[in-house]
Design a protein around this ligand. Sequence first.
Ligand SMILES: Nc1nc2c(ncn2[C@@H]2O[C@H](COP(=O)(O)OP(=O)(O)OP(=O)(O)O)[C@@H](O)[C@H]2O)c(=O)[nH]1
Ligand SMILES: [Zn+2]
Length: 185
Amino acid sequence: MKISEIATLPTKHGIFKIQSFKEGDKEHLVIFTENMPEIPLVRIHSECLTGDALGSLKCDCGEQLDFALKAINEKGGMVIYLRQEGRGIGLFNKVNAYALQDKGLDTVEANHQLGFEADLRDFSIVEKILNHFGIKKIKLLTNNPRKLFSLKNIEVVERIPIKVTPNKFNENYLKTKKEKLGHKL
Ligand SMILES: Nc1nc2c(ncn2[C@@H]2O[C@H](COP(=O)(O)OP(=O)(O)OP(=O)(O)O)[C@@H](O)[C@H]2O)c(=O)[nH]1
Ligand SMILES: [Zn+2]
């Protein structure tokens, strides 16, 4: 793992520090506050270019990221931004999955139709990053139990749910997340 220098990143949510952790060809990011409580608020966020950067309403990613940055700016902690777009299938395949969803398949069926498992993500780098910061206990912002189970040597003192406002474009996606992917929604 290669670790970059720390730089300042002013955002609409507040002034953060930013650092990149590179493993293989993946350039992950940690966006963190200068004030780091002993038990920080942590968001493990997987890349969603369409939701995070383009304002897509098909999923809840952009809204979750905004919610997390706002809360972390207030309470102290970090967003660990993992470059595993499309639950690990990549952007090109996600667009093909979206095309299948236009035809009526849900998010899980579309992945299967393309020959992928529903969720191919790997969260193993998270513990390495938290170790690097000397963090042993966290409060985790998530609705996804898989993220909790992926942490073996880090104590999750509290799981904080992220509430988003459903819209007509993502209501089926949220329903599938709850029914097929086990999200607590
Ligand atoms: N393959 C696929 N990936 C999607 C689709 N919609 C969103 N994604 C991806 O799903 C991932 C969502 O990541 P997160 O928001 O970190 O995680 P989550 O599983 O939703 O869990 P929490 O938000 O923590 O509750 C991102 O990588 C998105 O790119 C879809 O329809 N198909
Ligand atoms: Zn998304």
